[in-house]
Design a protein around this ligand. Sequence first.
Ligand code: PLP
Length: 452
Amino acid sequence: MPSTNRDQLVALDRQHLIHPVTNFRAHEKRGVTVLDSGKGAFLRDIDGNELLDAFSGLWCVNTGYGQESIVRAATEQMARLPYATGYFSYGSEPAIRLAAQLVELAPKSLRHVYFTQGGSDAVDAAIRYVVYYYNALGKPQKKHFISLQRGYHGSSAAGAGLTGLPVFHRNFDLPTLQQHHIPSPYPYRNPVGQDDAAIIAASVQALRDKVAELGAENVAAFFCEPIQGSGGVIVPPVGWLKAIADTCRELGILLAVDEVITGFGRTGPLFACEAEGVEPDLMTMAKGLTAGYAPMGAVMMSSAIYDAISEAAGPDIAVGHGQTYSAHPVAAAIGLEVLRLYHEGGLLANGIAVTPRFTAGLQELLAHPLVGDARNRGLVGALELVADKKSKRQFDPALRVNEAVAEAAYRNRLVFRAFNDSILGFAPALCYTEEEFDLLFMRLKRTLDEVL
Ligand code: PLP
């Protein structure tokens, strides 16, 4: 019998809890690290170790942990009205106010909001609304979806089709979307080299070629992240998103921008689209919307999409998309307080103010023998580890470099994410101080030195 609470939890976890995107056997062998509490940028595990979180949980706790005003907003709403359905024309004040604020703050093309429980179902809803839209327009043949290799759009049955990461497709062969992936605008490993204009031109051409191959009349939409997060924090050149948006417009296909990671100050402005003046037809979001304090996501859409769907349904027929927890009032109350913290609470401004320290810390590590590339935009960044800097040769997967990095990071009390291809991802909270960055880079350097 396990002798402590900790041992009991580890044993129960091993027996019963399925973890997301995890190798079941490796996890059973390693055992869970039980996180117990958090304050600001720090987490504490059940063994009492204080860990510096350089990943905002899973790129979501943009405010940092233990923000008391968020807890108060949630508690008050829970006591007043813990649940309100959105069905049958009911609703709640926080959900209505949050939708209105998002419309005010998002690119001005986006006028309507549907709330979900997270990012995957926001992408799933976006796909469904796109299909409704083209059927409403009398263009039912427009059913092909294009996205980027290495893109991540969640793991719903349909959204995983847009995801361009092999692990989400392996052994999952249900017919779902008519999906197509074009190469990622990946500056460090781009066949056209590292020139920004050439990378943008090649990416636009790849989209044009794919649309020409399928026939524009058959293509519904292009989905992309402004920065590819889970695919390895791939930061396209400035101007890429705008060039893609213009191309979609010209080709007559919808642009759906997935801001699940990049939204809510992660790259500087509230949304990454803002920096490039892009007005997408649809936008998905989650994570920083509630800063991880409650599950919530959203899809926003243009009036053209909303009106066409509404028109086709006429006065009597329901638009058949919904969930019990859409527009959950407690999550919405949290969302309202989180938005207040980003703006009046100064978090967006702080994120922008500390970004140069983050950039400098990553760039300094380029001198480390393991680091081939360092990149970031705002407070999302990566180091790409290589076996040989000159040739950019990757490590043999059999060496299990990621595991070694993750273990060394834990020993150094630092949390970040080691992706496939030995890419280390960072997404510090917007509340980070200069001193916390000093600590992050001191612990990160030690981690890398231990792996060398
Ligand atoms: N889209 C993007 C860009 C994401 O990064 C994620 C999750 O990381 C998702 C969608 C899926 O969101 P969720 O995990 O909340 O379902």
